[in-house]
Design a protein around this ligand. Structure first.
Ligand code: ZN
Ligand code: ZN
Length: 348
């Protein structure tokens, strides 16, 4: 199938129109027309080869919402016209212990990225959601529950599941005390999801500037992390802290805020953090954890939960040709809180 999208041809070239082929449907494949695609911070990192493993040409995009246009002969859960979605993964080995436990994101044999990966059968490069169509095996297609606004739901496929998984892993529910560090695409979802789960939510920020935003998102309060007295008073007051800061930073001020057995989950920074002291770990059995997106079953659970609770990201819709400008603005954190590309703006 001939299709088209926007691609980076190298780490230093802007995204530009690109025509390419999607594979002919295998028996277990679903073809979709893409309606909306969220812009994730990792799209920018990958397009610029910040993590060193990028393959070009690259069509980024792994927050994909669309409509089914064709299904393979063995597909049972989807039919033409269904609203459907694709996140960060399009395949995995399907037989290791992690895959069997619905944790494909930790597949022992490596999962296949929606873009920048290699098809497990042909080895051909995978291309992402900044494009008109996509073909994905049924097991990696999500159902869009009725009632979820398709135009705003796309960021749930990465930002949503990335923050939902550590909250669920920590057993967050009514009465849980949750802290959120960083109030960008991930952080604003962490707040909304934790509030939806019934938690008491505090946003941690260096200044008071984001207080009104934090409260508008549903948080109960903002704790100013540069206020030593307020931080001292807040010791032992969180069950879990979700840290969404996407660059090297210092967690030493946050650890003492956790209660005994509390966990700080890192979901933003992929790489080094400032050297942590072991004192808060040892003296209250606190834990430092990481978390990567979530499995397909948990992603579906999160979508259904968001539909039930009417939880949606705050989005700014852009046209496809505004993508390079959106990347520049995203680098300056000049977006509230996630860009979504209206893919109807992409013409051949
Ligand atoms: Zn992402
Ligand atoms: Zn596996």
């Amino acid at each position: 199938m001939k299709t088209f999208g926007y691609a980076a041809q190298s780490a230093t070239t802007p995204l530009a129109p690109f025509t390419f082929e999607r594979r002919a449907l295998r028996p277990n494949d679903v073809a979709m027309e893409i309606l909306y695609c969220g812009i994730c911070h990792s799209d920018l990192h990958q397009a610029r080869n910040d993590w060193g493993a990028s393959r070009y040409p690259m069509v980024p995009g792994h927050e994909i919402v669309g409509r089914v246009t064709e299904v393979g002969s063995a597909v049972s859960r989807y039919k033409v016209g269904d609203a459907a979605a694709v996140g960060c993964m399009v395949d995995s080995c399907q037989h290791c212990d992690q895959c069997r436990a619905d944790q494909e994101q930790y597949c022992r044999n490596g999962w296949t990225g929606t873009y920048g990966g290699a098809d497990r059968i042909t080895g051909e490069p995978t291309y992402g959601g900044y494009s008109k169509h996509i073909v994905v095996r049924e097991e990696f297609v999500l159902q869009m529950p009725k009632g979820l606004d398709l135009a705003r739901a796309a960021p749930l496929l990465c930002a949503g599941i990335t923050t939902y998984a550590p909250l669920r892993a920590a057993g967050v529910g009514p009465g849980s005390r949750v802290g959120v560090v960083g109030l960008g695409g991930l952080g604003h979802m962490a707040v909304k999801l934790a509030v939806g789960l019934g938690a008491e939510v505090t946003v941690l920020s260096r200044t008071k500037d984001k207080e009104a935003d934090a409260l508008a998102l549903g948080a109960d309060r903002l704790l100013v992390s540069s206020d030593a007295a307020a931080m001292a008073k807040a010791q032992y007051s969180f069950d879990v802290i979700v840290d969404t800061v996407p660059y090297k930073h210092d967690i030493n001020a946050y650890m003492p805020l956790l209660d005994v057995d509390g966990t700080l989950a890192l979901v933003g920074q992929v790489g080094p953090i400032a050297e942590p002291s072991t004192i808060p770990f040892i003296f209250a059995r606190r834990k430092l954890a990481g978390s990567l997106i979530g499995g397909i079953a948990e992603t579906q659970e999160m979508l259904d939960f968001c539909a039930r609770k009417n939880i949606l990201p705050d989005c700014e819709m852009i046209r496809m040709e505004q993508i390079n400008e959106a990347f520049v603005r995203m680098e300056r954190s000049d977006v509230r809180y996630r860009f979504v590309i209206d893919m109807t703006s992409l013409k051949a």
